[in-house]
Design a protein around this ligand. Structure first.
Ligand SMILES: Cc1ncc(COP(=O)(O)O)c(C=O)c1O
Length: 360
């Protein structure tokens, strides 16, 4: 069976972990610092703050931008639940704006109508590895004095007009094992703002500026040196991994028939955390079953948009209608695109999709 993901853990990662274990410094030590510095350099930001997950990175990024009870944060509902839940953790409320169904990212043309006196931030999500259309989002954030928090959890190294995602506002990345690079579990916050950097560091460690003096409510969102050692070894391979994913995606896009292949707008790069096609005419689930029977895994990211999750409807009273989001949830299918695929795996995926009767 060709799997959806295969973490690329080699001798470098194993050796790095052994060195940490031998060093006796296991949590938030020199490897975390080195990983933060290298990540900031990759991203082109002044600072990076390591956390325990992408979710905790988002949570701290929002808190550090002053988001709290009574505030509204504009975002997309076509995402992993953590993007919206992290807004809820702060006491704020997500306000969902529809996506552009060609890119699956926030449609910037619809944002301004959603801004109210309570709006404090825009949280664009660079979904599947494709950078959002940032210029109009930046213009709106500036015009209305809103914070910008980028959910870059799926898009390490992706660029908008030659600038890396995570460098436009406060960035939040996930280092979960299926991501383009991993630390096992882990997250990273990126920023150019020294005040945001400092706030994230303090909140990550129980609101502590001086040892055992606690000025505010904080958390334990630290990263271990074991995770950082893996992440640091992986970060060195990010460009190579992204290039391989892009080559795999190119091969798929050139040969797949009957499905709508990913659209990459001019000036935006796609690092293909997921390779997601749109399957026409309600045939998505049948194609998925067919692929499974022919040795190819696939996945639906995401079958239920956030505003339609039962908790959001019954507990939080969301009643939005988001046509682009809802149609996409019915039609999308992600195919394997990871670095561990061989040419023959790619041929198998292409043959399986093309052999299925899509009514062409
Ligand atoms: C878009 C998005 N946001 C947030 C997260 C949360 O990251 P983590 O699983 O590391 O907490 C993920 C992870 O899958 C994600 O895909």
């Amino acid at each position: 069976m060709i799997q959806m993901a295969k973490p690329q853990i080699g001798d470098d990662e194993k050796q790095a972990v052994m060195e940490v274990l031998d060093s006796g410094i296991l949590a938030q030590g020199p490897r975390v610092k080195a990983f933060e510095e290298a990540f900031a350099e990759m991203c082109g930001t002044r600072y990076a703050v390591a956390t325990s997950s992408g979710t905790t990175a988002l949570h701290l990024a929002l808190l550090a931008n002053g988001i709290g009870p009574g505030d509204e944060v504009i975002t997309s509902a076509f995402t992993f639940i953590a993007s919206a839940n992290s807004i809820l953790f702060t006491g704020a409320r997500p306000v969902f704006v529809d996506i552009d169904p060609r890119t699956f990212n926030l449609n910037p043309d619809l944002i301004e109508a959603a801004i109210t006196p309570k709006t404090k931030a825009i949280l664009p999500i660079h979904l599947y590895g494709l950078a959002c259309d940032m210029d109009p989002i930046l213009r709106l954030a500036e015009k209305h004095g809103l914070a910008l928090i980028e959910d870059a959890c799926q898009s390490h190294g992706a660029e908008y007009k030659h600038e890396k995602v995570g460098s436009f506002g406060t960035g939040a990345f996930s280092l979960y094992p299926t991501k383009n690079i991993t630390s096992g579990e882990g997250g990273m916050i990126t920023t150019n703002d020294p005040a945001i950097d400092e706030k994230c560091r303090v909140l990550r460690q129980h609101g502590m500026r001086r040892r055992y003096y606690h000025d505010e409510l904080g958390y334990n969102f630290r990263m271990t040196d074991i995770h950082a050692a893996i992440g640091l070894a992986q970060l060195k391979k990010l460009s190579k991994f992204n290039a391989q994913r892009q080559a795999n995606a190119k091969m798929l896009s050139e040969h797949l028939k009957g499905v709508v292949v990913p659209h990459v707008p001019e000036g935006q790069t796609h690092v293909f955390h997921q390779y997601t096609v749109r399957v026409p005419d309600g045939k998505r689930d049948a194609l998925r079953t067919y692929l499974q029977e022919h040795g190819v895994s696939s996945e639906v990211y995401y079958p239920v948009a956030v505003h339609q999750q039962s908790f959001y409807v019954s507990e939080l009273g969301f009643k939005d209608t988001l046509p682009g989001t809802e149609l996409s949830a019915q039609a999308v299918l992600s195919l394997p695109v990871h670095v561990g695929l061989s040419s023959s795996d790619l041929e198998t995926i292409i043959a399986a999709v093309n052999d299925f009767d899509l009514g062409r």
